[in-house]
Write a protein that binds this ligand. Structure first.
Ligand code: NAD
Length: 371
């Protein structure tokens, strides 16, 4: 009798460099099918501009039905100039927003990890970023991007624009639990970032996080930090952080700041997680932080590491395959140590490789490390 665990993955490559980086990730998935006690079944579908071209919709109901059923989704990237004139609600990015919204993916996890071999590529001094490993947990479905009213009124030279920042206790409660749970598997430290000095939502945020901490996570170190100070500390001394939990707006900004500490967009993975359903499954989508990079699409120049590393996050967070995720991370680290570089991270004296060349090298290292 087989004891092999099986998992269904929906692969949404999307537009631009999406299909190129997904192809390399597919090779890594196949490698784990051959070398682990887990079996992944993959289903491909269209999203974004590619889906619009085929179906006049960036996220069809049929695709959404599959997205709701699988164990996890891997998403490439969407968008490009080709679709600038399509109706607003059918633009490629609307496909991504529908996935996040319909699946209620409320927790966005963005690791900022600086591989030692790339420390020189950061805008900060290498000693400040070498070995950096921060996890930003951003609330993704609430806050000022969604609050009502959201409108522009008035006419002519004197108009009035309103965005509304709203948070309810349950929204803060669930994101705080994700952050504390994450910290327990990492450095056991959480910084909760808001602006309670000037915002009512900040006061509630701090109150709820403090309460959850006291009740259920007292063994995790908790510090409250104002969002502006957090931004400053991220560039002054980033290694003081382990997990940062914050709202949608501050998270948008702080995660980009943290991201650029590490060098290139082509290196950054992310996960968006939802609640665990009645079927015991947690909704989850994994995607690189970067977009569809139309300027380099189809030229074999795209760095596939952010996409491959997103699959690594999938192994860790959807399937509890920490050992396999570590192995994949080690393989990537080794390839970079060996001096292989796609054009976006190229440095003098290193060896330039193509998208598939980077895929070849990661597979070769996986073979080395597991032999
Ligand atoms: P982008 O992230 O696509 O590209 C920014 C720069 O980084 C470009 O010079 C690009 O060549 C480079 N780059 C990005 N990823 C790379 C990789 N893996 N390897 C090597 N270089 C890489 O952002 P943009 O140019 O502002 O946007 C292009 C399109 O992507 C737009 O249509 C935008 O709306 C869309 N977009 C989509 C997502 C998403 O799907 N999640 C995110 C951001 C932007």
């Amino acid at each position: 009798m087989s004891t092999m665990a099986t998992h269904d993955l929906l692969l949404l490559a999307g537009d631009g460099i999406g299909p190129e980086i997904m192809a390399q990730t597919k090779r890594v998935i196949d490698w784990f099918n051959d070398h682990s006690a887990h079996q992944f079944t993959t289903i491909d579908d269209l999203v974004g501009g590619a889906a619009y071209d085929a179906h006049k919709s960036p996220a069809t109901d049929e695709m959404m039905a599959k997205a709701g059923q699988v164990d996890a989704i891997l998403f490439g990237a969407v968008g490009g100039d080709k679709w600038t004139d399509v109706p607003y609600e059918a633009r490629p990015e609307a496909g991504l927003l529908r996935l996040r919204k319909d699946l209620e993916l409320f927790a966005n996890l963005r690791p900022a990890v600086c591989y030692p071999a790339l420390a020189q590529a950061s805008s900060l001094k290498p000693e400040l970023v070498e070995g950096l490993d921060i996890m930003i947990v951003r609330e993704l479905t609430g806050g000022v991007y969604f609050g009502e009213p959201k409108e522009i009124t008035g006419q002519g030279n004197e108009k009035r624009a309103v965005d509304t920042q709203v948070y309810e206790t349950h929204e803060i409660d669930r994101i705080a639990r994700v952050a504390f749970g994450m910290a327990k598997k990492r450095g056991n430290k959480v910084h909760s970032s808001e602006k309670h000095n000037v915002m009512a939502t900040g006061i509630l945020w701090k109150e709820v996080v403090t309460q959850i901490h006291k009740e259920d996570f007292a063994d995790v170190e908790l510090q409250h930090i104002l969002a502006d100070n957090c931004a400053m500390q991220l560039v002054r001394n980033p290694k003081q952080f382990d997990v940062i939990v914050t709202d949608n707006l501050f998270g948008d900004i702080l995660s980009d700041v943290a991201a650029m500490l590490t060098g290139s967009l082509g290196m950054l993975a992310s996960a968006s997680l939802g609640a665990v359903g009645t079927d015991g499954k947690m909704k989850a989508m994994y995607e690189p932080v970067h977009g569809s990079a139309p300027d380099i699409a189809g030229q074999g120049k795209a760095n596939p590491i952010a996409m491959i590393d997103s699959f690594g996050m999938c192994l860790r967070y959807s399937f509890d395959m920490g050992k396999e995720a570590d192995l994949l991370q080690q393989a990537i680290t080794k390839v970079l140590e060996n001096g292989l570089r796609t054009p976006d991270i190229m440095q003098e004296g290193m060896e330039l490789v193509s998208t598939s060349g980077m895929g070849d090298a990661i597979l070769a290292e996986l073979n080395n490390l597991s032999s």
